[in-house]
Every structure is written in C-alpha cells, then in structure tokens.
Design a protein around this ligand. Sequence first.
Ligand code: AMP
Length: 386
Amino acid sequence: MTAVLVVNSGSSSLKYQLLDGDEQVLATGLVERIGGAGSIRHRGPGGEVVVDAELPDHTAALTLMMRTFASAGVELAPDVVGHRVVHGGERFSAPVVIDAEVEAAVEELAALAPLHNPPGLLGIRAARQAFPGVPQVAVFDTAFHATMPPEASTYAIDTELAAERGVRRYGFHGTSHEYVSQAAAAFLGRAGRFVVLHLGNGASACAVSGGRSIATSMGLTPLEGLVMGTRGGDLDPGAVLHLLRTGSSVDEVDTLLNRRSGLAGLTGSGDLRDVLAAAAAGDERAELALGVYAHRIRGYVGAYLAHLGGLDALVFTAGVGENSPEVRARVVDGLAHLGLQLDPARNEARERGARVISPDDAQVPVLVVPTDEELQIARHAVAAVG
Ligand code: AMP
C-alpha cells in the first residue's frame, strides 16, 4: 500500500490531502493565515476539527498538521509526498522527484511566477524537514501543456529576446485539464477532441486532442485568457503601456491586473455567486460583467473548435463550471449551429459526478466533469517513484 500526502502550498495557506493506495481519501485539511495567528481545519475518519495556533512559517504549519493527525489517532507516515508547483518553465514537462537541482530550478523559475513558485518551495522545504527520507515529487501546472505545437506557444515578438527571457505561452491549470480530459474520455469511452473550460476563481480554456493539450488560454503567466475572479484575462498590451505612461507605477499595474480586474474589477466582487445575485436584482454592471465573461469563453470555444478541426465534447469544470447552470447556459445557448446545446433539466439538476447536460440527440455532448487536482497529483507522485 502506498500512502500519498498531497501538499498545495500558497503564500499564507497550505492545503493537504492524504490518500491510500486505492486512491481513497483518508484525510483532508487546510492550514490558513501562516505567518501569524493561524488555524487548521482537518477532516479525517474521526470527523472535523478546527485548531487555532501561532504559525510563524510553513514548517510550523506542517508540524501542526502532523500533531492534528496524531491527536486523531493517526500516525502520519506517507510513502511519498506530491507537491503542486505552479511554474515548471521549459525545463519540466513531466512530474519529477525533487532533489537539490530540481529545487534550485524551481527557485530560478520564481522569476516567471513570483507570486506562485516561492510558496511552493516553502511547502517542499517544510515537508522535507517533516518527512526526512520520504521521496517528494513536484507536479507542475504547466507540464500538461508542453505538448502544444510551437505555433500555439510562440508569441509574435522578437525571437531572440523572447528566448533569452523565456517569454512564451506555458499555460496553467494543467493538472486539472489533464485530469478532466482523462475523466471525460473514460466517461465517453473514447479520447477525442475536447474543449475543457476550467472556470473557478482562476479560469482557463484548453483544447485537448487525443489526450494532449494543443492550445490553452493562459500564457506566460496566469493573467492571460478568460475573465476570472480578480484577473481580467486578455488585454491589449498597449493598455499596460498606457497606464504606465500616464501615472501608474509597475506595482500599481501589477495589483490592478492580479487583484482589481476580472469580475472584481467590473462589479466589486470576484465571487461569481455575488455577480449572479446582483444581476438577478437588476444591477447593470453585474449584467455587463456576465456578458463579458461569457463572450470571452465563447470566443475561445469557437477558436478551439477551429484548431481541433471539430469537437467531440465540451467539458465544464471547477467551482463555476461545476456549479452554475446559468453560466453554462450563457456560454452554450445560441451555439446550436456548432452542434452545441443544453438540455435545460439536465443542466439545472444538482448532481455530483461526471454527467451529460446536453440532449441525447445533440451533435456534440456537453459534459460537467468535477476536477480533482489532488488525485491527479497523487497519481503522478506514485508513478514518479515507481
Ligand atoms: P474554485 O477556484 O474552483 O474553487 O472556484 C471558486 C469559485 O466558484 C468561487 O469564487 C465562486 O465564484 C464559484 N462558485 C462556487 N459555487 C458556485 C455556485 N453554486 N454558483 C456559481 N458560482 C459558484
């Protein structure tokens, strides 16, 4: 039996999941507010516990996690630890067992992902201290997109400068797109040409052909593409120059693009539930935001249908994609000429698990497939250590 601990480490939070060799989840938890007065919420066989504690750093967070397991009567002894690492750059196109060289490379890649790679490293270092001798595997959000053809990953700027600074499309959410496209293929009984829409707080579209990513909407960073909770996605790069030339600092534009854009920028709330409620109450800004959100997605669906040369399934996933019939309808309604339509009752049904939400006689099935990045990381971690 192989026990796998999956760690997803953010700057001030750390999510974890313990799975056994049969892919059964034994425990999950979230440590929050690392760096100060923090807390852990842990769910295991004994139920849920919440504990407050002073948490100066990620090592303290993992120590609290181990103590919480111990007080629930479980000795935490994973055979392998799988880490989510956001940016693998050009170097990592598959999961790797972490050694000093890999760690140094992940650290170097922080130049491309300053918000995301450093917290991943903190998690890796804390886990090495907590579980000495246990193999640790890095699973990269970018890796699944390594199969994109050059015409999809190349930005049309000066080739030498782009190569020197690593400016190209990498794509993100790869672990989710990979899991969901595999689950969709298993559900349909065949791999094919899929468009996967990962619509969560972050959002991206991916064109998958025969199990391989051939195009995706996020780029050098997770800022490009679809409208998200607090990121606006596609934007004329000239707008950034204009803002910089007319009084904004680099840090201000960074904050604008990462935190004050997307649904939050358009409506004041980055949570789609708030935007839907406001639109239902007649708020025009919220209605416009939903219009921009769906319009962008439809543009990508059309573009990817062209790149794929046809479509065997459109797949919705993540917080919004799995839970919002209204957003799914705003995306798909009116696309019958592309073979896409919804069955309203199936779309509205509050079900869990992979399901079809198009009519039986639809030309192209529309699916909802819940994502499970932790399970995919666990699978990769086990495979990487053989
Ligand atoms: P994720 O990043 O995948 O956890 O997705 C989080 C986002 O999903 C939240 O910010 C919400 O906007 C959205 N969400 C969750 N549940 C619903 C729901 N029932 N209806 C609409 N949006 C939802």
